[in-house]
Ligand binder design. Sequence first.
Ligand code: ATP
Length: 314
Amino acid sequence: MRSAATPRRSVTVRVPAKINLELIVGPRRADGFHHLATVFHAVGLHDDVTVEAADDWGVTVNGPYASLVPADGTNLAMRAARLLASAAGVDEPVHITIDKDIPVSGGMAGGSADAAGTLMACDALWDVGSSKAALEEMGAELGSDVPFALTGGTAMGSGRGDRLAPVLGRGHYHWVLALSDSGLSTPKIYAELDRMRANGRVPKLVPSASMMTALRSGDAASLGRALNNDLQPAALSLQPRLEEVLRTGMEIGALGGIVSGSGPTVAFLVPDNERGLDLAVALTASGVSPAVKRAVGPVRGAHIVTGPVAPRSS
Ligand code: ATP
């Protein structure tokens, strides 16, 4: 064990939300997860995770979603800190502060983002020096989306979404995110999909050619047409009002619209910033969505914004 004599200091890591540009869901695996083929896309909606040496382990969540997030040992950020401490043989408690801007249970992997941010922040605070690959491996133990939160950009995910490969893509895209005031539970969405698919065919686990072509070209209109999420019918089945959100956004002029991951956030693609502002205003005025945010993607994955050292790139 390392000594606890480290001077008091803190590290803050900024970490993005994700949407899935394409999400193909295969059969359920023996471990209960589903086989996936997905295209992750990190968008500019962030949580900031600060870790600070402390006498006891603890977590504080700030922001409008704080009441929806556990402030105890079940918080994914706390689990991440303890996992790294145990793997690295560190015995230095930290207090974790999460400034949360990513909606909770919104299908944007906010909990995974916090776990990723905490791994990177603690690694720096404790001077562990893990490679990015080692952090990703540890992250996969905490949740399927954690490795992507570390990587960011646009990437293909296979396995249960935790095995990443780069995607050749160009351009930046403007998104309008229609939030919901009631979350959707990821396990319930997968269970609903299994129910709807009973005896049905399961798709081949490869991203579509149209998605890959759209990303290579950087053409937003093509990307809008290629958006695809196998979980969307299950999300619409459990929250039918999402259909109206999707219809309204498309009528107002989005290039494409999709339920993000397991929902209920709906992501609309627009041609530029100005059209994004127009859509955000019109969606808000229509009353179909209680809150609307705008974000650009892709953005970088978890990165230190204040603190002593950055981890080595693998
Ligand atoms: P995904 O897209 O990966 O399915 P999500 O965005 O739909 O995830 P999260 O916001 O990650 O959902 O939260 C899912 C559950 O995890 C909630 O019940 C929440 O209370 C719990 N949770 C635990 N730790 C955290 C955290 N640090 N931030 C957010 N939620 C957390």
